[in-house]
Design a protein around this ligand. Structure first.
Ligand SMILES: Cc1c[n+]2nc(N)[nH]c2nc1OC(C)C
Length: 323
């Protein structure tokens, strides 16, 4: 609406002037915190009204003074961590414990996913528009990295289909291996810092205060779950089908996700992904096995911050490649 457009124009003029003061006159007329507030207000306006976004905006140009800190975000539902299994026996114990708790003799379906070695994020879409990105932080409080997640190469800024009014998507931001190697080569040639591994590259790029630097990093995203979803939305009662719903709304999900009929079949999935580990476009450090039924997940609940209904089954550590 046009008062958003007027406010955005006013902010662009102010920030452009403060950039000039900061870079050319080296005598900023306002404190950093005030500049940060205005800059974030413009970023937020542009996130909520994509039509206001222009390449001329100071939020899109390298020359803008970087933020001095990130704002905090309180996750409406905690972003959980995962218990680990390091062997077949430990995984089998996980399955047996679930069967005992559910007192179910019938088989339980599981959703099997690759465990990407990147950085977990929460993405909030309102009326189909990406309005906020946040790091996991401590699970309760994360950092607002909206400007940075907007630079992710394969991310929909606008959803499609019959998406909910309000949808929080959770997933992993990662740097594909080839892009990581290319990035490091170029950084080395420019005498700049190289990253030890794709996980550090993704996490480091997301925590960049200057989003125009993040924009130069080839980041990707795969969704693996939902956070808050507006009431009245009909969601599948299968995790696997919920991931398909996310795909139908235009969100990327790894094509290695599979649903299997019982705990025994997870071993085959683990071995299959392990055997193809070096051929995958992204680094993984295991697989994540989840009870597929949402009602059963709710019956099982969580222990402290890790769900009883999911486990990360980790691979043996790869011999460290030294770059
Ligand atoms: C922390 C986490 C990480 N991952 N990674 C995948 N693929 N799924 C997944 N789920 C997670 O947590 C949910 C089980 C809540």
């Amino acid at each position: 609406d046009n008062n958003a457009a007027q406010r955005a124009a006013q902010l662009r003029a102010l920030i452009t002037r403060y950039n000039r003061e900061y870079y050319e006159l080296d005598e900023p007329s306002i404190p950093d915190a005030e500049y940060d507030r205005l800059f974030r207000e413009l970023q937020q306006l542009e996130a909520e009204h994509p039509q206001l976004l222009s390449s001329e905006s100071p939020t899109q140009k390298v020359g803008s003074k970087p933020l001095t800190s990130f704002r905090q975000v309180q996750h409406e539902t905690p972003m959980l961590s995962l218990d680990n299994a390091f062997s077949e026996d430990e995984f089998s114990t996980f399955v047996e414990r679930i069967k005992d708790r559910l007192d179910s003799s019938s088989e339980i379906a599981f959703c099997c996913e690759p465990k990407l070695d990147g950085a977990a994020v929460s993405l909030l879409y309102e009326h189909g528009v990406l309005v906020r990105g946040a790091t996991r932080g401590d699970g309760q409080t994360g950092e607002d990295i909206t400007a940075n997640v907007r630079t992710i190469r394969n991310l929909a800024l606008q959803l499609e289909g019959d998406y909910p009014d309000r949808l929080e998507v959770r997933g992993e931001v990662f740097m594909p291996v080839k892009a990581f190697e290319r990035y490091n080569e170029q950084a080395l040639a420019r005498g700049e810092k190289v990253f030890a591994n794709p996980r550090n590259a993704a996490a480091g790029s997301l925590r960049q205060l200057d989003s125009s630097i993040t924009a130069q990093r080839p980041l990707h995203f795969y969704a693996y779950g939902m956070g808050v979803v507006s009431t009245g939305t009909t969601l599948a009662d299968s995790h696997y089908e919920r991931l398909q719903q996310l795909q139908s709304w235009g969100l990327p999900v790894s094509d290695e996700v599979k649903r299997v009929a019982d705990g025994g079949s997870c071993h085959g999935y683990y071995q299959d992904i392990l055997s193809r580990r070096d051929a995958l476009r992204y680094e993984i450090d295991g697989v994540v096995i989840k009870v597929d039924s949402i009602p059963l997940q709710n019956d099982l609940g969580f222990v402290s911050r890790a769900p009883r209904w999911a486990i990360a089954w980790k691979f043996p550590a790869q011999e460290e490649i030294t770059t």
